[in-house]
Write a protein that binds this ligand. Structure first.
Ligand code: C5J
Length: 227
């Protein structure tokens, strides 16, 4: 068992053999100029600050044999899995499915949907396309985690208060013990990231725990040494 004693709101223990890492939507459409994130009026450069933390988290999981699921928010080219209410919402400069500088916005197979090079999936890692904000909705994620015998989940990715928080809440309701890795997740709105972290930890870890990537790495190294 690995334990992060300094996790908030109290120590988080996780069995490495029953833990998976879910890295949410680290894709060009959210991270780079010209993508979906920017069309909504956001400063996408803010998100790049977490690349080192997210890389440390991925490398830690790889070093300890923890399976990784990389998610990508995207839709079928015919938009049959994109509810009109989602496509029509707000006043973006480009809507889902429109042609942009990185291909059609948030459409499967287009360059904008690819995970940024620094955090790309390695062979053997699971890449899961999802039409919703939560990664369990309309995807095989639940079945994949059941087949692995997963009980605990580590989370990173973007954006903290949208797809990361939604997926973490879905996972919490399904009985997983979840840890959000604070320096591996980011929002276009720093105050929303801070509020999400507070919400997750509140009321005795009502949604889960939080800690840093380095704290998770140390806990796993100590657990290995104790074997
Ligand atoms: C958003 C996401 N923010 N991946 N998607 O629309 O959080």
């Amino acid at each position: 068992m690995a334990t992060i004693s300094s996790a908030q709101p109290f120590a988080y223990s996780f069995p490495p053999g029953k833990t998976a890492l879910i890295m949410i939507d680290m894709q060009r459409d959210f991270m780079e100029p010209g993508g979906f994130g920017e069309t909504l009026g956001n400063d996408v450069s803010l998100l790049r600050a977490i690349i080192p933390g997210a890389k440390l988290l991925l490398d830690t999981a790889r070093a300890h044999g923890i399976p990784i699921v990389h998610t990508r928010e995207c839709h079928r080219p015919d938009l049959s899995d994109c509810p009109p209410a989602k496509r029509e919402r707000g006043e973006p400069s480009l809507r889902i499915g429109d042609d942009g500088p990185m291909g059609r916005v948030l459409i499967s197979g287009e360059p904008g949907v690819e995970i940024i090079g620094e955090l790309a999936a390695l062979p053997g890692e699971t890449v899961l396309d999802k039409p919703g904000k939560g990664a369990f909705y309309a995807t095989p994620l639940g079945d994949i985690l059941k087949s692995w015998g997963t009980t605990h989940l580590l989370f990173g990715g973007v954006t903290t208060e949208v797809c990361v928080q939604t997926t973490m809440r879905e996972a919490n309701d399904r009985g997983y013990s979840c840890l959000l890795v604070e320096d591996a997740t980011e929002s276009y709105f720093p105050e929303f990231k801070a509020a999400t972290i507070d919400m997750i930890r509140a009321q005795g870890a009502i949604v889960g725990w939080t800690a840093t990537a380095a704290e998770a790495a140390s806990a796993l190294t100590l657990a290995d040494a104790a074997e």
